[in-house]
Design a protein around this ligand. Structure first.
Ligand SMILES: Cc1cc2nc3c(=O)[nH]c(=O)nc-3n(C[C@H](O)[C@H](O)[C@H](O)COP(=O)(O)O)c2cc1C
Length: 308
């Protein structure tokens, strides 16, 4: 019998642990020629904000060895257009829709969460807290336990939908932020967002990206992301969604063994739109080869390191 790949992220039940990472799959429309969206554990939307955003000036992407630096800057059509023009398409796909949200203030997060609460076809909210808090001089909401807890608590009060909180990659301090977000009522944590990065054109002696700096994703960050997931898994009891450079089933399994209950695939999708489906099949094959009947046997199953 095929292994059971279903997984629970708090109250959110998924038939597969493999989903897309926010911002790398748009709102799903461009991918229907390549895969049946209902094969995915969930579709996580591009982060939406209350008002439409143009995003950062171009260029917004720079390729690096084994990675991609982006400074998209949360370009998105805004809540109203999302609800009117993007959500109906996703609703018809028989896949759980996780809506990623961000705001300039705690109140904006709350308003977004309230608007989604009353809308059919949304399975969960993912709060992207790697965003500047304008009332605190632009420090990221997720950079300190107090502000991360504050925004989580306010969203929690604004919606009964399952609440996922996506953390920034903090060194050090991630465990404290994760603990504060857990206490404030999150149902699951997503780890990690892109790592701060910069690429310089040495001829022009200018940054390559229009915004100057950006976020690194892709295989280059995978060992760091696995480490962060492993670290957070020791600090909280909440289920984790691991991401950062996952391109194959073996990559995904690293995150699951480190303690993630589910995984998200971002940059790899640009080169291989079917990556998520292949990863899901590969995870099932790995379990089957070992006579394992479900994912629980592998999640957090890391053995002590050292020589063998
Ligand atoms: C082009 C691009 C756009 C992204 N946009 C968002 C976004 O809107 N919201 C968000 O939470 N993360 C965003 N991310 C981060 C990804 O969701 C993911 O956390 C990160 O890229 C690491 O995974 P990966 O290495 O598989 O891409 C973006 C990443 C890329 C490459």
């Amino acid at each position: 019998m095929a292994p059971d790949l279903s997984v629970s992220l708090g109250p959110l039940r998924l038939k597969s642990p493999v989903m897309c990472a926010s911002g790398t799959f748009g709102f799903g429309e461009e991918y229907t020629d390549y895969l049946d969206l209902s094969q995915l554990g969930a579709v996580v939307t591009k982060t939406i904000t209350l008002q439409p955003r143009e995003g950062n000036p171009p260029p917004r992407l720079a390729e690096t060895p084994a990675g991609l630096v982006n400074s998209i800057g949360l370009a998105n059509p805004g809540l109203e257009v999302f609800l009117r023009e993007k959500l109906p398409f996703l609703r018809r796909r028989r896949v759980p829709v996780v809506v990623s949200i961000a705001g300039n203030t705690v109140e904006e997060y709350a308003e977004l969460a309230r608007a989604l609460e009353g809308t059919a076809g949304i399975a969960a909210v993912e709060a992207n807290i790697s965003c500047p808090n304008v009332k605190e001089g632009g420090r990221l909401f997720g950079s300190r336990p107090a502000t991360a807890a504050d925004v989580t608590r306010v969203i929690r009060r604004s919606t009964s939908l399952p609440l996922l909180v996506k953390l920034p990659p903090l060194f050090p301090g991630l465990m404290e932020v994760a603990g504060a977000v857990e206490e404030a009522g999150a149902d699951a944590l997503a780890v990690t967002n892109t790592l701060p990065a910069m690429v310089i054109d040495v001829q022009a002696r200018r940054p390559v990206l229009g915004a100057g700096t950006g976020g690194l994703s892709g295989p280059a960050i995978r060992p760091v992301a696995v480490y962060l997931v492993w670290q957070v898994a020791t600090a909280v009891r909440l289920p984790l969604i691991g991401m950062g450079g996952i391109a194959t089933a073996s990559d995904a399994l690293e995150f699951l063994i480190a303690g993630a209950s589910a995984v998200a695939v971002g940059t790899a999708t640009f080169g291989n739109p079917r990556a998520m489906v292949e990863i899901s099949t590969g995870i099932a094959a790995y379990l089957e080869e070992r006579g394992m009947s479900n994912l629980r046997e592998i999640i957090g199953s890391l053995r002590p390191g050292g020589c063998s």
